[in-house]
Design a protein around this ligand. Structure first.
Ligand code: AMP
Length: 439
């Protein structure tokens, strides 16, 4: 069990279990592995990249008892939870009940991502700027509301729906279809309640802040690319690429986001008796310098985490332990001034159906200190690297400018051979255009 001291400057070593298997988790594993406090790192279940730097364990992460038992049997002192599903399911509560420290919010605080209606109610209570909305549990009044509001409009299943529960409807017909999907059970219980939101125009940015229940440190800004194809075309995905920092977020805007959105979220959670510990990922829409909240997530973004980890110079384990223990007072993070940019390579067909077990070569290259290939859906079989999911590799690079980071990432991609994959060729286009304009 970890003692009362803060890890920082303690010379203390610890055994850590990280939960998850995506590119986000490979980036966290890579950074935690650099910590001077790390004794041993396990990942459950991990992927073909994490197994090269940590020990993958085949645990069913939905089985909290199995996770707790593994921790007790192996002397794990900190569990870092990557994805939202176990957080919303209360894995942190179950670990804490067994006396195991965990990074991430408990079930009550994870509602910030687990229920869109919950977050809207908090925003109302704390005057946090967000889209106008209405909530419905029945189809008829929801349809009547839609008819009154017209399109464009946004339909959201209230609960977690693996990133598929949101429809930005540009026509009334699309809105109607989305509503029918929710109420006909497409998203299971996640769609039993529906939130209909005002369509916000502007530019999207993500801000990450780690909280200890009361105080917080803002990490960095990032921009994601949600659409599958170049020019922001095609279906929505989990994210096809990201870069950090987001040049749109200057000091003034960041201060405003902290004051109007991040701080009141944490204050509101503490006031309700459900303080937030872990990382908050606020998805924002910015228009004419005015930020509005689109959604809160209670974990690192994927692929935003990959670019944040490429820029973080401080010891990540110290930050995670400080948040989990409820005292960030000694944490002072330092960041590289460089831009980091990550390009996702996905299996042909993603986000629809795709083949698995297709062979990849060149996926383990480490060209130099400025390029890192983080794995997402990969596995190794008989010494071969195979695709094992929709998003498969995150080719991530650092540069003195967005253009330089972009050029390095795409040069690294040229060394990867994977006939069954695709990637966007314009990741970072907004920031590159800004760089060229000098704005
Ligand atoms: P979410 O799953 O909430 O991240 O939503 C997915 C995407 O839908 C977001 O990244 C936005 O691009 C878009 N979106 C969600 N809510 C709104 C909104 N109220 N107005 C405009 N776009 C939205």
């Amino acid at each position: 069990m970890i003692d009362g001291r803060i890890l920082k400057n303690s010379g203390r070593m610890m055994k850590v279990l990280l939960i998850g298997s995506g590119g986000r988790e490979h980036a966290l594993v890579w950074k935690i592995a650099q910590s001077k406090h790390l004794e041993k790192l396990y990942v459950a279940p991990g992927n073909g990249g994490t197994e090269l730097i940590a020990e993958n364990v085949a645990l069913d992460i939905a089985d909290h008892k199995a996770v707790v038992d593994f921790c007790l049997a192996n002397g794990i002192e900190l569990v870092v939870v990557g994805p939202e599903v176990p957080l919303v399911a209360g894995i942190v509560d179950d670990l804490q009940a067994a006396g195991i420290l965990a990074f991430g919010p408990n079930k009550a605080a994870a509602q910030l991502e687990g229920s869109k209606a919950f977050t809207h109610a908090l925003c109302d209570e704390m005057n946090i700027p967000a889209a106008g909305y209405a909530r419905f549990t029945e189809a008829a009044p929801a349809r009547a509301y839609l008819a009154k509001q017209g399109a464009p409009i946004v339909i959201k299943a209230d609960g977690l729906a693996a990133g598929k529960g949101v429809t930005v409807a540009m026509t009334a017909a699309e809105a109607e279809t989305a509503l029918n999907d929710c109420f006909s059970g497409t998203f299971g219980s996640a769609g039993a309640e529906v939130v209909i939101e005002e369509f916000l125009e502007g530019e999207e940015v993500s801000i990450f802040a780690v909280c200890d229940g009361e105080n917080f440190v803002t990490l960095a800004s990032a921009q994601d690319h949600k659409r599958a194809f170049d020019g922001d075309k095609g279906p929505n995905t989990g994210g096809m690429g990201a870069y950090s920092p987001a040049p749109l977020v200057n000091d003034e805007l960041l201060a405003r986001i902290e004051r109007e959105i991040i701080a009141p979220t944490f204050e509101g959670m503490a006031a309700r008796g459900t303080p937030f510990r872990g990382v908050l990922f606020a998805g924002l829409m910015v228009r004419d310098g005015v930020p509005k909240l689109i959604e809160h997530n209670v974990r690192f973004g994927d692929p935003e985490c990959q670019v944040l980890m490429m820029r973080l110079e401080s010891d990540l384990l110290e930050l995670l332990v400080a948040s989990a223990k409820g005292d960030l007072s000694q944490i002072d993070l330092s960041w590289s001034n460089k831009t980091a940019l990550s390009v996702v390579m996905a299996a042909n067909g993603y986000p629809g159906p795709y083949d698995k077990s297709t062979e990849i070569s060149g996926g383990d290259q480490q060209n130099d200190e400025n390029v890192h290939v983080f794995h997402a859906g990969t596995k190794r079989v008989n010494g071969k690297l195979l695709a094992n999911g929709g998003r498969v590799l995150n080719v991530t690079a650092r540069g003195n400018s967005v253009s330089e980071a972009q050029q390095r990432a795409y040069s690294a991609i040229e060394k990867i051979e994977w006939a069954d994959g695709f990637y966007r060729r314009d990741i970072g286009w907004r920031a590159v255009a800004r760089e060229k304009d000098g704005t």
